[in-house]
Write a protein that binds this ligand. Structure first.
Ligand code: BG6
Length: 302
């Protein structure tokens, strides 16, 4: 990789190129992964109306949510990390096995402290493999005496031909907060979750792995996560799509957000300590369906 960190600093995007038309593009605005192509096939959804003006969050790809998930009295919804320009610490570099790595970072600055007055340093390491994208995150609290609490989430927008045909495994038995029903708590009864309406759920204590079926070309995507206890499933459907200026009215069938995070209980980071979490997205193909959907069943808890 000939690109140097200094050369990239002047532009806004960083491209990891593994060869064979397998690439990953990161926009420094929010360190948002805006494209992941495997053999030339795009895996991520980005809205045709997404704004790249460096002011709003990019509508699609994988925005980085920190230090708040959802509305926030101190600042913008989903925090500031997705609307702040990140630093490229290590320009794309080919590893001995052919994979390509790049490292990004975000530190507190005047803007972040005006919203949330804490010192922090986030390191975000991405590795592009043949059919996988690895995300390794470290959050460090350099303060000598102040702890802070935060939410963090990778807001992954998967590109799908028809969201109604996707199944998400690994959620059966998990409790979830249903944001479409005033935050009521339910328990998931289905072996695989499907999306046929406005869906906005925070599933708690989810397992380390989900498989999402019928993503691009009818393939499957495995989402493997470490230290991300929650999984948010979101699709705005018809009415909510119309309310978003940076999302086409007709785009909702082509995206599914499966978001790994720490959102239902915040992480507490003591002075001088570090928090780590990671995610792997892996595109794969199975000749058969993993599980067949069972009848819709869910139990309301309160
Ligand atoms: C999801 C939330 O993670 O993000 C939803 O659960 C929210 O409630 C969605 O609507 C999109 O948020 P935003 O701020 O990018 O429009």
């Amino acid at each position: 990789m000939a690109t140097t960190a200094a050369a990239v600093a002047a532009t806004s995007v960083v491209v990891l190129d593994r060869g064979n038309n397998t690439t990953c593009t990161i926009n420094l605005h929010g360190a948002t992964v805006v494209s992941w192509r495997v053999n030339n096939q795009e895996q991520l959804f980005v809205s045709k109306l997404a704004s790249f003006d460096g002011k709003k969050a990019i509508r699609g790809g994988i925005p980085f949510v920190f230090p708040q998930f959802g509305p926030w009295s101190f600042g913008p919804q989903h925090g500031f990390a997705r609307i702040t320009r990140w630093h490229l610490d290590r320009a794309p570099e080919r590893l001995h096995n052919g994979d390509v790595e790049a490292i990004f970072s975000l530190m507190d600055n005047e803007f972040t402290r005006s919203i949330w007055n804490y010192q922090f340093r986030i390191t975000y390491r991405l590795i592009l493999r043949e059919k996988e994208l690895h995300f390794h995150i470290g959050v460090y609290n350099p303060s000598k005496d102040l702890s802070f609490t935060f939410n963090m989430l990778l807001h992954t927008y998967l590109k799908v031909p028809d969201v109604r045909r996707c199944q998400i495994t690994g959620l059966q038995g998990c409790h979830f907060i249903d944001k479409t029903r005033e935050g009521a708590l339910y328990q998931e009864g289905r072996e695989v979750v499907t999306v046929n309406e406005w869906t906005d759920r925070i599933y708690q204590h989810t397992p380390q792995e989900h498989v999402i079926t019928n993503v691009v070309s009818g393939r499957k995507m495995r989402l493997h996560k470490y230290n991300f206890p929650d999984t948010v499933i979101w699709n705005p459907w018809i009415d909510r799509s119309r309310e978003m200026s940076d999302f086409g009215d007709d785009e909702f069938p082509n995206m599914l957000c499966v978001e790994a995070g720490n959102v239902s209980s915040p992480v507490i980071l003591l002075p001088g300590t570090c928090f780590e979490a990671s995610q792997i997205l892996q595109q794969f193909k199975y000749p058969y369906n993993l599980v067949l959907p069972k009848k819709k069943a869910q139990r309301k808890l309160k």
